[in-house]
Design a protein around this ligand. Sequence first.
Ligand SMILES: N[C@@H](CCC(=O)N[C@@H](CS)C(=O)NCC(=O)O)C(=O)O
Length: 343
Amino acid sequence: MLKKMAAGVVTAGLIGVAGTAHAGKDLDAVKARGQLICGIATGVAGFAQQDDKGKWLGLDIDVCRAVSAAIFGDAEKVKYVPTTAQQRFTALQSGEVDMLSRTTTYTLTRDTALGLEFTGINYYDGQGFMVPKKLGVKSAKELNGATVCVQPGTTTELNLADYFRANKMTFKPVVIEKVEEIRAAFYAGRCDVYTTDASGLYSTRAANTPAPLKPDDFVILPEIISKEPLGPVVRHGDNQFTDIVRWAFYAMVEAEEHGITSKNVDEMLKSDNPSIKRILGVTPGMGKALGVDEKWVYNIVKQVGNYGESFDRNVGMGSQLKIARGLNALWTNGGLQYSPPIR
Ligand SMILES: N[C@@H](CCC(=O)N[C@@H](CS)C(=O)NCC(=O)O)C(=O)O
């Protein structure tokens, strides 16, 4: 009895201090509008691409859908706004979009001086180089004097300069903002090398090589010259909205770790495992703490899938990209994907 009372006092105390979740201005605006506005890439197969009916699909799209499912119980309440690398931060800062989920690298300056907040890492990446096979280049160290296609407003541009300087090599940049134009320039031979995140190179090679060229005519060099942790971003100023974006993604990772999938999630509602009961809201509390419905994780997993399902379908073995899990495997399988506990 004494123990029970003590526990009750502690719980009440916590709620007293933190209060139940109050919606901030960004979350209020999303709710009032009945729609989340998600800033995405303009077209990167596997991450953000439109199918023949105009529906957006991809690993980054699934993060937007998860946030929508957490807030509205419906993954479809999203308006997608394509942004170039150059435009993306202004779009977020100005309020044109509520969040970005767009192959965006988490860096200190973006997370601070730009007034933004990264909420997680949905794809651990690194920058690479792609060249036509016929050039016979085997290593990035052989690229002295090369003409390099690069997108402005990216970490890519900065790493490129650092890498060539550090290796005492020179290069001629061909800077092009629009991704379809940079691809066209590369495939037309206007530059010897295309550099971007390795995921972007795999995606471009698999999905955008124009006939009669074949993906196999191009090689991605072995050097990965940077860390590119890609993740969702929000503006500073609405901590509850930030929390929802953060935990909507973590929920996908946590669900994978616990073996909860879009196929078995209804079955899992009957599980005796206390963690699973908490995650799926059978034992209430997590939804209340986050200020969303107790079924938030159920809705995410049922409608979007867990992280592994999303990875496989969009960029992994179930997709045309066939990217290995690598660093994006769960920590339990030797990778870096790790969700703090949902408790
Ligand atoms: N991760 C880097 C590069 C981001 C980036 O823009 N990558 C390109 C290549 S995959 C892209 O997403 N382009 C699509 C577009 O511009 O719509 C950064 O955050 O600066």
